[in-house]
Design a protein around this ligand. Structure first.
Ligand code: SF4
Length: 323
């Protein structure tokens, strides 16, 4: 391994898969490792994609994919005993007003295990609880984050001194328009060219940030995950079981869909304005790329990458103090 290891934060979505391919193809320097944080509740398509990426790209290129996991977010949420990092559930308060729950899940299930793995790789000694402690002075990794030009506002420095973020897609010459930095469309085009056009977005089956298109796709193409999400939605209606077990006062009702209706009754067949806008841009993309696969567009899904979750706590607030 190089003196300053180069790590890929592998969310297994479009941008980070593109980085893996670019590195394997020699367009970018080779990563020493890639880290995938598993919440335990990704749809089967994500795990299938990850397996394929590993066997066809990462292993031949000599890039180990390290899977890290702190628990199973679904099981933990329904466990009346275990502590649980909350998901951004939609809330209908007792007075009828609407709210949204705090999101701690990205930090807890994705960022924390990645940072702990990085600390282990840098030689941090285990603490009494078995988790890695401080990184020896002066050591750090460079961690590549898959951020494309269209989401440049999400590019953030790391808040920990042992990990420096870099955003290689932003430094590449624009593939389609010649401007600096690749867009998401550039990435998708590259993936299609290399037979990875069906790369899904990575997100928990029951992520409340799924849009209607994403729920429809699940209902119509992945009935087992849909049934799982509907059952979960029902199970958290009156808060997480742990809160109920502690005797917390009923604070309202909780839902996975923003309509605050049970998932199997929610109006997911309604095409929202945002979806129309996305379809429009996909049409232009497909025409430019001669790839008319809009009904099967992976962009219809929501995604949650460790360091690029929109509005997430990906800045490290919930992590251990800077070491
Ligand atoms: S996909 Fe959704 S539920 Fe899962 S960790 Fe990310 S924000 Fe939380």
């Amino acid at each position: 391994m190089a003196s300053v290891p180069r790590i890929l934060s592998l969310g297994a979505g479009v941008q980070s898969t593109t980085l893996m391919l670019l590195s394997a193809h020699g367009v970018l320097p080779r990563f020493d490792a890639a880290i995938f944080a598993d919440t335990g509740w990704e749809p089967p398509a994500v795990y299938t994609h990850l397996e394929r990426l590993e066997s066809e790209v990462a292993i031949p290129a000599g890039i180990p994919i390290l899977r890290v996991q702190v628990g199973n977010i679904r099981h933990d949420a329904l466990d009346p005993v275990r502590g649980f990092a909350s998901m951004p559930l939609y809330v209908r308060n007792p007075d009828g007003s609407r709210g949204i729950g705090r999101r701690q899940c990205t930090a807890e299930y994705k960022i924390r295990p990645i940072q702990e793995q990085v600390r282990r790789m840098l030689g941090a000694k285990p603490k009494a609880n078995g988790r890695p402690g401080r990184v020896p002075k002066g050591r750090h990794v460079v961690q590549a984050i898959g951020i494309s030009r269209d989401e440049i506002q999400r590019a953030k420095d790391s808040r920990v001194t042992y990990s420096r973020h870099e955003h290689p897609l932003l430094d590449l010459p624009g593939a389609a328009d010649g401007r600096r930095g690749w867009t998401r469309s550039d990435c998708r085009r590259y993936l299609r060219r290399h037979n990875f056009g069906t790369t899904p977005k990575s997100a928990c089956v029951g992520c409340p940030f799924r849009r209607n298109a994403s729920w429809r796709r699940m209902r119509d193409h992945d009935p087992a995950s849909w049934a799982d999400a509907v059952a979960f939605d029902r199970a958290i209606r009156h808060d997480y079981p742990r809160a109920a077990a502690r005797g917390a006062t009923l604070r309202g009702e909780y839902f996975l869909h923003e309509s605050r209706l049970p998932l199997d009754q929610a109006p997911i067949d309604r095409v929202t304005r945002a979806e129309w806008a996305a379809r429009q841009s996909n049409v232009f993309d497909a025409i430019a790329d001669n790839a008319f696969d809009l009904d099967d567009d992976p962009d219809a899904d929501v995604g949650c990458s460790p360091f690029t979750c929109p509005g997430s706590l990906a800045t490290g607030e919930h992590l251990e103090p800077v070491a």
